[in-house]
Design a protein around this ligand. Structure first.
Ligand code: GUN
Ligand code: ZN
Length: 427
């Protein structure tokens, strides 16, 4: 296949801007990315790349900004059709909207329809990798991976396991959760660009026996990630305490059953106790911040300062989250940090929506950065996509002033082009 050279403004990451400062994200106003065989072959100044690769097919994106494709580190694709459901907090929201919708995923054609719709929506927003929960139905994992593979996407999911406190039609058992998860893992993990994730929904919907079974499965496949929820709402934490009276805290309900580890991904993690923070940092686990969900369901204000001690990814948590867009998600992360008295720099926001989430997913050697050898998943942003953003951006003296209005006010209209493994996504 012929080399492809895409030109425009570019952001290249030298390091984590949270620890190294915003200059760790390097801006080039006339840069480029050379793509060969789906992978980034070179990056640099546009003129240099043109001279060095005269045979390459050139796509010039002009003043648009070339960034890595967004990485959504926690979502529920089966909740696509119930996004923005009114008026409930977590437990009532699950019972009223989520569980009835997830029961529909025993229907293969509905499952395939939602999987296709989900990837249409996320790609339109510039998201090229999602780590999603599926439902308890193995077919929901098959549908997600089949659709992702058809589009050439890097994608992660797992069968969501629940054997109590959910409707009958939405419960498995400790044994079937183990057996079905294992079969799915063997079918999909490492195939194409797909990764299986061991997925207990959260402690309240699993018996200790089920958590044990999934802990055993994870220990047999330690290279897999394990994803779940942790300390999202105060009512939920009180419920966990009543269901697991011997646990020291919420995290201990996972730890006691082999579900705490360096490849663990813990969504929300808002109301953590000091011991939980210390343990998560000690084992090298990752947290996932889901800001639009945390405001929408009324959960609380995540402490981004935790990123000084452990990896923190950024995520939509659709349909608890109120948007499929990682631009909107960055904006909500900014707003939540402001409510805690901290202004997150745009360099940190864009880094966290790409490289930061890739780190959380342990995929930072493959995605999340535009660098030689990385997979060429790319999002091209129009920094003047609406009149409101354009009039604000004309005042910008720096790339950060130019980008911030798009982070705060941008939507799918700001996504001018998406490349998946170097191929432009049409539509
Ligand atoms: N906790 C357990 N399940 C869920 C879910 O589907 N969404 C959110 N936001 N929290 C959860
Ligand atoms: Zn979630």
């Amino acid at each position: 296949m012929q080399d492809r050279l895409i030109l425009g403004q570019c952001l290249f990451y030298d390091a984590d801007p949270r620890t190294q400062g915003p200059d760790a994200v390097r801006h080039t106003s006339r840069g480029g990315v050379l793509i060969r065989g789906g992978v980034v072959a070179a990056t640099g100044e546009a003129g240099d790349l043109r001279r060095a690769h005269p045979q390459a097919t050139v796509t010039d994106h002009g003043a648009h900004l070339i960034v890595p494709g967004f990485v959504d580190a926690h979502a529920h694709y089966p909740q696509t059709a119930i996004i923005a459901s009114w008026g409930k907090r977590l437990i009532d929201w699950l019972n009223t909207y989520t569980f009835p919708e997830e029961m529909r995923f025993n229907d293969a054609s509905y499952t395939a329809e939602i999987a296709a719709r989900y990837f249409d929506l996320t790609l339109a927003g510039g998201t090229t990798t999602v780590a999603s929960f599926s439902t308890i139905h193995p077919e929901s994992v098959d549908a997600y991976f089949t659709e992702a593979a058809r589009r050439g996407l890097r994608a992660l999911t797992g069968k969501t396991c629940m054997d109590r406190n959910a409707p009958d039609g939405l419960c498995d058992t400790a044994q079937s959760a183990y057996d079905d998860s294992k079969a799915l893992l063997e079918r999909w993990h490492g195939k194409d660009r797909l990764s299986y994730v061991v997925t207990p929904r959260f402690s309240p919907t699993s018996t200790p026996e089920q958590l044990d079974a999934l802990g055993a499965l994870w220990s047999e496949h330690p290279d897999c990630l394990m994803q779940t929820h942790l300390s999202e709402q105060l009512d939920e934490i009180a419920w966990v305490k009543s269901l697991y009276p011997n646990a020291r805290d919420y995290l201990d309900t996972y730890e006691a059953h082999g579900l705490l580890g360096a490849n663990g991904l813990y969504g929300h993690a808002i109301h953590l106790e000091p011991r939980e923070i210390d343990r998560l940092a000690e084992v090298g686990a990752a947290l996932v911040h889901c800001p639009t969900s945390n405001t929408f369901i009324g959960s609380g204000l995540f402490d981004m300062g935790l990123a000084d001690r452990m990896r923190v990814g950024l995520a939509t948590d659709t349909g608890g989250g109120s948007s499929f867009s990682m631009l909107r998600t960055m904006a909500a992360a900014y707003e939540i940090a402001q409510l805690r008295g901290v202004a997150l720099h745009p360099a940190e926001l864009i880094w966290r929506a790409t490289a930061g989430s890739a780190q959380a997913l342990r995929l930072d050697d493959k995605i999340g950065r535009l660098d030689k050898g990385m997979e060429a998943d790319i999002c091209v942003l129009d920094l003047a996509s609406t009149p409101a953003i354009a009039q604000r951006a004309t005042r910008a003296d720096t790339i950060w002033e130019a980008l911030f209005p798009t982070i705060m006010m941008g939507d799918d209209r700001a996504v001018a082009q998406v490349y998946v493994a170097g191929t432009p996504v049409s539509g």
